[in-house]
Unconditional design. Structure first.
Length: 122
């Protein structure tokens, strides 16, 4: 990790020297999981009564439609929402489908949960 940060710092310094524009350090080091297929966060938060808003929703291995689907969720399934990542313009939720046991990522637009419950960042 130190080597990666040192390399990113050197790249940022080189970009500043060549272009005159600074590259924000947070852009390169923000979330190592951003759009990473296969990343599994440790958070385990479970608001009650979470459901899919439609049938056939893909549960993916990462926070992108380019990541492979691990299974599909249906309106009749119940699920646990563990945490979320917000990468403009999308917010992805890390979920476990309690009906099938599949755990993975679903875009927030396909989920609904009880009013008054918030979801933590991953």
């Amino acid at each position: 990790m130190r080597i990666r940060r040192s390399l990113l710092a050197a790249i940022g310094a080189a970009a500043l020297a060549v272009t005159g524009f600074a590259v924000p350090a947070t852009a390169a080091t923000s979330s190592p999981a951003a759009f990473s297929c296969g990343w599994k966060p440790a958070n385990n938060f479970n608001p009650p009564d979470a459901k899919f808003t439609q049938d056939g929703v893909n549960i993916r291995s990462g926070q992108s439609t380019s990541c492979p689907a691990l299974g599909q969720g249906y309106k009749s399934h119940s699920l646990d929402i563990r945490c979320l990542t917000s990468n403009d313009p999308d917010t992805w939720m890390y979920v476990t489908d309690k009906t099938t046991g599949v755990t993975g990522w679903v875009n927030q637009i396909y989920l609904i949960w009880g009013a008054g419950h918030s979801v933590r960042q991953c």
